[in-house]
Design a protein around this ligand. Structure first.
Ligand code: 13P
Length: 257
């Protein structure tokens, strides 16, 4: 099957790279040049966003943040609002990452509120979902995905990317198999079709995340319903990030699909 969706490769740097390291990375990435046919986004920490925005001006690389609050302004110490991100030239935001859920009290409901506010301000949303190991072993994977996607109908599917990140695969070196990833993505697209209709669901990109790296990106990104990757550790190194982009480009060319 030829991919109808433009592959998307997103680097989630998490709490890595201050301004100097961000500059060095982006200069390397711009020199390497992202392959054609692939959309590439980097998501540095908040403090690196202004410099990253400056360096990426006029390039084809997109810029994303790793979180956003659900109000435009107010007494929310330590939070960042969507208009603040827009002012910097940020176009994307990751919402509901499992680390936010596990460590910082994010819920399905708060993630949805953040996503809705982000979209209202013109940000593209990458909405993260995925089951824990205990949930997978209990055979509850699809039930968890159903619960986590239940409220997505409140969002605009035209500005929404879903990232399937099985929690047990994040930062563990243990990626989902191609069968596990494709099965979950297929189920998610079926679910998205139930929410938004078959046409929009066919256009929506579903990313895989969890120990995605050059040694497994070729086969994972060749799966029919895996439209790209949300990459943590391997996105911190220009060479490995570029290798994953090339595998996404193969998908774009229909070589791997
Ligand atoms: P790793 O690629 O380091 O497993 O992280 C995945 C992730 O959480 C991306 O958001």
């Amino acid at each position: 099957m030829t991919a109808v969706r433009r592959p998307l490769v997103v680097g989630n740097w998490k709490m890595h790279k201050g301004v100097a390291e961000t500059a060095a990375f982006l200069e390397g990435l711009l020199a390497a040049g992202p392959p054609s046919g692939v959309e590439v986004i980097v998501c540095p920490p908040f403090t690196s966003l202004p410099h990253a925005a400056m360096l990426l001006t006029g390039s084809s690389l997109g810029l994303g943040a790793q979180n956003v609050h659900w109000e435009d302004h107010g007494a929310f110490t330590g939070e960042i609002a969507a208009p603040m991100l827009r002012e910097l030239g940020v176009g994307w935001v990751i919402v509901g990452h499992s680390e936010r859920r596990a460590l910082f009290g994010e819920t399905d409901e708060s993630a949805l509120r953040r996503a809705a506010c982000a979209q209202a301000h013109g940000l593209e949303v990458i909405f993260c979902i995925g089951e824990t190991l205990a949930e997978r072993e209990a055979g509850a994977t699809f039930a968890v995905l159903e619960r986590q996607t239940a409220g997505l109908g409140a969002l605009d599917p035209g500005h929404l990317v879903v990232a399937y990140e099985p929690v047990w695969a994040i930062g563990t070196g243990r990626n989902a198999t191609t069968e596990q990833a494709q099965e979950a993505h297929y189920e998610l697209r079926r679910r998205l079709a139930g929410i938004f209709g078959a046409g929009p669901a066919e256009q929506m990109r579903i990313l895989y995340g969890g120990s995605l790296k050059p040694s497994n990106s070729g086969e994972l990104l060749a799966q029919p319903d895996v439209d790209g990757g949300l990459i943590g550790g391997a996105s911190l190194d220009v060479d490995s990030f570029c290798a994953i982009m090339r595998d996404a480009a193969s998908r774009a060319a229909g070589v791997g699909s």
